[in-house]
Design a protein around this ligand. Structure first.
Ligand code: FES
Length: 190
């Protein structure tokens, strides 16, 4: 008799490409010495949330929120699992995910770097900060570094226009950022 986790592991294996699995393993922080079993644990936690709802379609948003809370974002195989178990068509699930801005299908880094491109920050050189992130960190807006440490978002105003140009790293705000100092700032996060 297979355990629930074993069954879920098979679902993961069957429902995803090796690239999807590698991505989940890497980005959920599972790679080092923790195999697919841990991925199974994440799925079993999501399954518990689904079971608690009695599989009711009305629970979709709560299940999506909790799944994202566990993983950090909503990978395609997870969305497929939720769609199947709540019996909500995939198109509807994708519709909900794109409607609510707090859902993300893209992985986020350990630290989310937000570069302000509001008017004040833009005229003071926000675009040069983006150039450094691209050139030295291979980071594009919406992207994530290879090691999963940083992901990059562009925002319209961080509410600190007097300190332009402004970036945020996680919950920290950095003001009057010179492009030449961007890497020093990021290097101070591990
Ligand atoms: S425009 Fe950048 S903080 Fe307001």
């Amino acid at each position: 008799m297979k355990t629930r986790v074993q069954q879920l592991e098979e679902i993961i294996k069957g429902a995803t490409t090796p690239e999807d699995l590698a991505e989940i393993e890497r980005l959920v922080g599972l790679a080092k010495g923790r195999g697919i079993g841990y991925g199974g644990k994440v799925f079993s936690d999501i399954q518990k949330v689904i079971d608690e709802t009695g599989g009711k379609a009305g629970a979709l948003i709560r299940v999506l929120q909790q799944a994202q809370g566990l993983i950090g974002y909503l990978p395609t195989p997870v969305i497929a699992t939720i769609s199947r178990d709540l019996k909500v068509p995939l198109s509807e699930v994708y519709g909900i995910i794109s409607f609510y801005h707090f859902f993300s299908m893209k992985p986020k880094g350990k630290y989310v770097v937000q570069v302000c491109m509001g008017t004040s920050c833009y005229v003071k050189g926000g675009d040069r900060i983006l150039e450094v992130l691209k050139r030295d960190w291979d980071l594009d807006p919406g992207g994530i570094t290879q090691d999963g440490r940083f992901s990059l978002e562009i925002v319209r105003c961080l509410g600190a226009c007097g300190l332009s140009p402004v970036i945020a790293v996680g919950t920290d705000i950095h003001g009057r950022v010179k492009p030449g100092k961007v890497s020093d700032i990021l290097d101070s996060y591990d």
